[in-house]
Design a binder for this molecule. Sequence first.
Ligand code: AHR
Length: 635
Amino acid sequence: MLRKYLLLPLLASYGAAVTISVAKSGGNVTTSLQYGAMEEEINHCGEGGLYAELIRNRAFQGSTKYPSSLDAWSAVGRSSLSLQTLADPLSTALPNSVNVKGTGIVGLANEGFWGIDVRPQKYTGSFYVKGSYTGSFTASLLSSTGEVLATTKVASKSVANEWVQHEFILTPKKKAADSNNTFSLTFDGSKTSSGSLDFNLISLFPPTWNDRPNGMRRDLMQALADLGPKFLRFPGGNNLEGDTIEGRWKWNETIGPLKDRPGRATTWQYGETLGLGLVEYMQWCDDLGMEPILAVWAGLALNGEVVPEADLDFYVQDALNEIEFLTGSVDTEYGALRAKIGHPDPWKIRYVEVGNEDHLSDGLSSYRAYRFSAFYNAITAKYPDIQVLASTINMTIPGTAGGDYHLYDTPDNMVTQFDMFDNFSPDHPILLGEIAATEPNNAGNINWDDTHFSMYPWWIGTIGEAVFLLGAERNADKIIGTTYAPFLMNLDSYQWSPTLLSFNSNPDQTARSTSWHLYSLFNHNHMTNTLPATSSDAFGPLYYATGVDNKTNSHIFKAAVYNSTAEVPVSLTFEGVGRGTKADLTILTAPDPFAMNEVGGANIVNSKTTQIKAGKKGEFSFKLPNLSIAVLATQ
Ligand code: AHR
């Protein structure tokens, strides 16, 4: 537990104000996308999270690592369930199905992703069935006490020797007491000709964000929309890499009808259906106005397997095909494929990252020697407008390429890296693709064998992140963007904590973490230009970035106070901003350094906005408490 912390030698108490004078010009143009989001399949953030499918193990997909099973399913009535691999499966991608055998009213029930949220709204369901049956099906949502929350009859179209899809709608009349609910699908066993039926791809969706079919969970998308991310880095992360070369994330298996997506073993202890695939990622970007940062597989798997130079062409070509699929006109081979599956309009891709953390898993020597350059040269030659990024900065970055820097550390260590980008060389744009305070200051070295660090972001960790982010904001011409990682966690099954958002099957309990509040505040106060400042004091315990939003002419000061023994008085002037100018000053504080926002709990972040006026000399005078984050923006 996070109950102790060490202080950096930054303790200070204040009498006189820290005087900060911000110049009118001379800063950097912000080319940074600033704050974004990162998505990979971890913590059931997609499956059982953002991806709104409510049925767990809907198509009995399996892999060598996670064999097909009846996980999450149980028999209803006097029936037995058996997993089958039939000679005539639903599709080659979905070879497994369940056979339900029994007499009387029989069927199967699913417990969802550790519960199903039931409220008065429209649930859209479907299933495939095979076998001669003259009765009807009943689809229901049931409480843990057996109360029927919604039910509907579905006339059978089922026949022998053919898979037939059935669709239905469920509309509960009231909100369930909790999310401890199940879905059941039953039929009359006496009206089957063989005494059993085969089922596959049993699906149920609540209303989704923008009402997209196969879409996203609304409450989580709302939390993201409120955060205002400017980019999305996907699909990983370790999940892109796969445990083995064969187990890599294969973009072409994530597109098209759901019955043609085979699923795969994630690198995070569970299988995924791939219902959340490449097109869904792009639609997610469209829906939230995020710039896609597409990561392509780069010849390294997590078990250390590396594609030899002589065999790399196939994978380079695969990455080019993926980019063509997304961006090519319908006259190109893969643009035509995109159109064929319902998306004639091309997307725009401005950033492509080659791999993930290629300095790990013994990947660095091959990445430096031939892997990165092979992808970089091929992508840049065909798509000169794309900014290609290396997945590390531990190398000589060639030409116009950029790099990606990840930082999981203690709050103290985040603070010591405040000035990292002030004198950063080489001069290449850097994505801060995974940033989080994970462990308390006294934790010693991070134990990477146990990725259950702090349960949630905690306040002093968030302040440490704020200081690091301010260092990046001061260099917003060098930083492509910054994102917390990992982004989400389903509290009922997670592999890595902390995350920016935490949730369970009950949307009313989603927790926006302390760090969510930091990112949201900084995201909603965007500086188009930094402005240089001089100060009476060196940085620490007050850290800040100064600039202007040229679109609104609002002058902006962003700050964090880390480990001060007293409130820090500030006297702030912006050259050209005169007496009487009004500004909004927002200060975030929390009850104690270890306060966290927990699933189902109240928000502990206190956000207070006051209006202040510039004094005689145009100075804004205010005090910032220890362990606070602040933004002042002139009106
Ligand atoms: O975000 C969790 C993991 O941390 C990512 O998959 C990986 O890139 C990093 O090591």
